[in-house]
Write a protein that binds this ligand. Structure first.
Ligand code: BGC
Length: 381
């Protein structure tokens, strides 16, 4: 099934290359036959180049738009909300035709985006919702609750919670509290395990059972490592066994795996979850230092974002029927993501679980390849 989606996806991307010409905004000799998009410019604001995924998102998005003849200005903001605000002010001053934004902090952009509304610039939220503003028209992301649920279900199945006696000890490690997604990841996971927590089969020794208590500043590996070391020292240095570290994503999982390696005295293998399929984490999965990751194909996410934006730029209104024309399986959702002003029309892609047993699925996306010894995965490009 996924193979079909990936194949379809590359076909569609391929055909858009053919039909739209291959010139980019940087091209010095633009062919005469090029589609008439060159007068339109897309401003893309990504959060940071420090995490693998956002480099991929930026690259895939830029390629999609440039291959279709649009100009692209791509900014990265070092995970700094003030810098991203300034970058977006700059894009608005440059009179871009559309803004596609993955917010550093979703609730810090509302007043900046008033400038976009005044100029009639459409604003589309990419991966992370932008809060408290009417400016946002569409949201393209994965089903964020499903990401957490997949992690929770993985823990349930790995520990055989319906049959095993337990109790088992679990700790939650969440994302940055300025990222609206982080709360969905946590509650998706927490709610899927709630019945076992309530029955006492799963125990949170630290007592940290709310998002505010388990957030990791900037999603950084370093902060996750420090937090985990402190948790181990305070709650597991008496010989208690830590069974699960439910990490919301791969960057936090990386730090947690390091903390467990350096500061955990138990001899059991701790179940560690993740999200994204970062290369370093895939190595850890092969080496048994991480148990799984929830994979989100960001090339597909970029393809969906491109189709939504293209419709908007053509003056059309993307709606439910757009999903039938999209290159990948997408749910059109109008009742899940309220940004404080309104429910945002959302196009949600489907995440799936990767373990050491099905890494080949990633190779089939065309984005990864095996190394020479067919042991670890590397980026295909
Ligand atoms: C994204 C995740 C990513 C995290 C940290 C979230 O908003 O959805 O894929 O791991 O940010 O960058």
């Amino acid at each position: 099934m996924k193979k079909v989606i990936a194949a379809l996806s590359s076909l569609v991307i391929g055909s858009s290359l053919v039909s739209c010409g291959s010139s980019s905004s940087n091209s010095e000799s633009a062919p005469e036959t090029k589609v008439s998009n060159t007068d339109k410019t897309i401003g893309i604001a990504m959060p940071t180049q420090n995490l693998e995924r956002w480099n991929n998102d930026g690259e895939y998005l830029k390629k999609q738009f440039e291959d279709a003849g649009y100009n692209v200005i791509l900014t990265y903001s070092d995970n700094d909300a003030t810098k991203q605000n300034n970058d977006i002010v700059g894009l608005i001053a440059d009179d871009v035709d559309l803004l596609l934004i993955a917010a550093v902090e979703g609730d810090k952009l509302a007043s900046t985006l008033e400038g976009a509304v005044e100029k009639g610039i459409s604003v589309v939220a990419y991966d992370r919702l932008i809060m408290d503003t009417d400016a946002v028209t569409y949201y393209i992301s994965f089903d964020n609750s499903a990401v957490g649920k997949l992690q929770g279900n993985f823990v349930r199945d790995s520990l055989d919670l319906d049959n095993a006696e337990g109790p088992f000890n679990i700790e939650f490690i969440g994302g940055d509290d300025g990222d609206n997604n982080a709360k969905y990841f946590f509650s998706g996971a927490y709610d899927s395990l709630l019945e076992y927590i309530e029955s006492g089969k799963l125990v949170i020794k630290s007592g940290r059972d709310e998002f505010e208590k388990i957030a990791t500043k900037d999603w950084s590996s370093e902060n996750a490592k420090n937090n985990m070391e402190a948790t181990l020292k305070a709650h597991y240095s008496d010989g208690s066994q830590l069974d699960v570290a439910l990490c919301s994503n791969d960057s936090t999982a990386l730090g947690v795996a390091q903390a467990i390696e350096s500061s955990y005295s138990g001899s059991n293998k701790v179940i560690i979850t993740g999200q994204d399929g970062d290369i370093e984490n895939l190595r850890n999965i092969v080496d048994g230092k991480q148990s799984m990751t929830v994979y989100k194909n960001v090339n597909d996410e970029a393809a969906v974002a491109f189709e939504v934006c293209r419709k908007l730029l053509d003056g059309e209104v993307p709606a439910a029927s757009l999903v039938d024309t999209l290159p990948v399986e997408v749910t059109y959702d109008t009742g899940s993501y309220n940004n404080g002003k309104k429910y945002i029309q959302s196009y949600l892609l489907t995440p799936y679980v990767i373990t050491k047993d099905n890494l080949q699925l990633l190779v089939e996306t065309g984005l990864y390849k095996w190394d020479g010894e067919k042991k670890y995965l590397e980026a295909a490009k």
